[in-house]
Design a binder for this molecule. Sequence first.
Ligand code: ATP
Length: 425
Amino acid sequence: MATLIELKDVTKEFNGQVVLRGIDLEIEQNEFVTFLGPSGCGKTTTLRIIGGFESPSNGSVLFDGKDIVDLPAHKRPTNTVFQRYALFPHLDVYENVAFGLRVKERNNEQKIEIAQLQKEYQQEVKTLKNNFSKAKLELKSLGLEKANLNTKELELKNELNKKIEVLNQTKTQKIEHLKKTFLTKKDFEQLIQNKVNKYLKMVGLEGYENRLIHKLSGGQQQRVAIARALINEPKVLLLDEPLAALDLKLRQEMQYELKEIQRNAGITFIFVTHDQEEALTMSDKVVVMNHGEIQQIGTPEDIYNEPANKFVASFIGESNIISGIMKDDYLVNFDNKDYVCVDKGFARNEEVDVVIRPEDIDIVTFGQGKINGIVDSIVFKGVHWEIDVKTENRIYTIHTTDHVELGTKVDLDFNPEDIHVMEVW
Ligand code: ATP
C-alpha cells in the first residue's frame, strides 16, 4: 500500500498551551484509521489539521508526498463528517446529498482553468511589449539615419504582433477545447442524479430520496451525512465521533456498516473516537493518543495483545497492571516472586510494568497455582463473570465463564506468554 498522508513532527499550541507534541504518522491508501484516546488528548485537533481547519504550529502535513499545510480546507482532497451532521432540515434526502455537488458550481473547474489561461496570456503579452520597448530604445541609441530607423522599428513591431497573434491562437484553442467539456444544465442534473443514487445505495438509503430529514432516525440521518460527504469523491473521509449521538445498539450496527461503506467506497477513512470498542471493531490501524502524544500505532490485535505501555494497556480493554523488576531475560519479579515470561532485552534489575489481561488468568484449586487468594467479589457480565481475587499484595480481576463462590480460597494461574512486560513510561 502507498502512503497517502504523512504527518511529520506536527506540534500545535493554543495560546501557549501545547496540545500536540511531535506527531509522526503515516496513513496508507484505503485504510480505516482511528484516533483513539481520552477527552482532550488531541484527536480532533490532529483531524482538523489534516482537514485544513487548523494549521500546525510546527511540522509538516504531506499528501501524496506534497506539503499541503498552506492549502485551504476546500482545496484538499478530504471531506468531513461532523458529530452534528449539519443536514438541512427543510430539504429532502436527495437534495441534502446533492448539495455536496451543487456547492461546486457547474463547470467550476473548467472556469478556473480558463481564467488562469487568460491571466497567463496577459502576462506573456506584457513581457513581449516590454521587450519591444527596450529593443526600440536600443535602436534609437545606435544613431541610425531616420528612414533606416523607421524601417527597423516597423520590423520590430511586426515581429511583436506576430508573436502576440500566435499566443492568442494557442490560448483560444485551449479555451475552446475546455468549453467542449462543459456540462449543460441537463447533463449536470443527470450527473447529480447518478451520483446521488450511487451513494444513497452505498449507505443503504435507496428509496428514501423524498423523505424530509426530520422524518429520519438518527442512524439514517448519519447515513445521509456520509453520502453527502462521499458524493464529492474525496480521497479521504474525516469522521469526528460521528456515532456519538446514537444509542448503543444503533452505534454497534453503524460500526459494521461504516466499515462496509469504507470498503465499497475504496477510500481512506480517518475516524476519531474515545470508545475503544468502536476503534477495535472498525479499524485497520489504531493510533492511541494521550496528552498530545502518540502512545502506540498498530492493528487492533497489536494494541490489544501487545500494548506498548501501561497507558495503552489500561485504556484498551481491562488489565491487571503491576510494577515489577526484570531479573534476567525471560524472568520477571513482581509481588516478591519470580515468574518465567517470554520477554528479553531489558537491563538486569530494570523496573518494568507487568500487564496481565483478566481473561488470561485461570482460577484453579487452592494450592495448585502460582498465587493464593480469596474470592472477594463476583459480578455477572453476560458472557463472563468478573471476579476479584484478593491476594497478599493486590486484588486481581479475572474474567471467567466458570462460577466460583464468594469467599472461596483459590489459586491463580497464568502462562508465561500472558505476562506482558513493558518499559515504564
Ligand atoms: P474530545 O474527545 O473531548 O473531543 P480530543 O482528544 O479530540 O478531545 P481536542 O479537541 O483535540 O481533543 O483538544 C485538545 C486540547 O486542545 C484540549 O485541551 C482543548 O481544550 C484544546 N483546544 C482545542 N481546540 C482549541 C481552540 N480552538 N482553542 C483553544 N484550545 C483548544
